[in-house]
Design a protein around this ligand. Sequence first.
Ligand SMILES: [Zn+2]
Length: 141
Amino acid sequence: MGKDYSRKSERELAELRSLVLDRIAAVPAFRRGSLQVGYRKCGRATCRCARPGEQGHGPRGLWTRTVKGEGSRGQYVPVDQIDQVRAELDHYAEFAALVEDYVEINEALCRARVGPPGPRSRRVAPSGTDGKKGGSATPKS
Ligand SMILES: [Zn+2]
């Protein structure tokens, strides 16, 4: 997927940068993690789910995500919200891809500002007699 920004001009990159930022801002609310949707047998022998051929209770969604330092966390998702949660997970993928793109563009922009690599005549500042400013600030009392 890697796009090549190295041939773009500084101006083009600057435009792309604000364009991608707009797209990032437009991503709807999102969440990380994953969603499993399944059916479950409750285990009661008298329940209809215990009959052969029954698929179990559900469908029911379980959204899980890994929290730093806390391991995996899960939350049940009501069936009528499964589509919404799926969309939120997709929005995160969209967001992450845009951010990656945004980083690439910024780095290309920084490189473009420095200019193409190549031999550069480097002038050494004349050392000398001119009044030296700055340096260590010595507090005067
Ligand atoms: Zn059951």
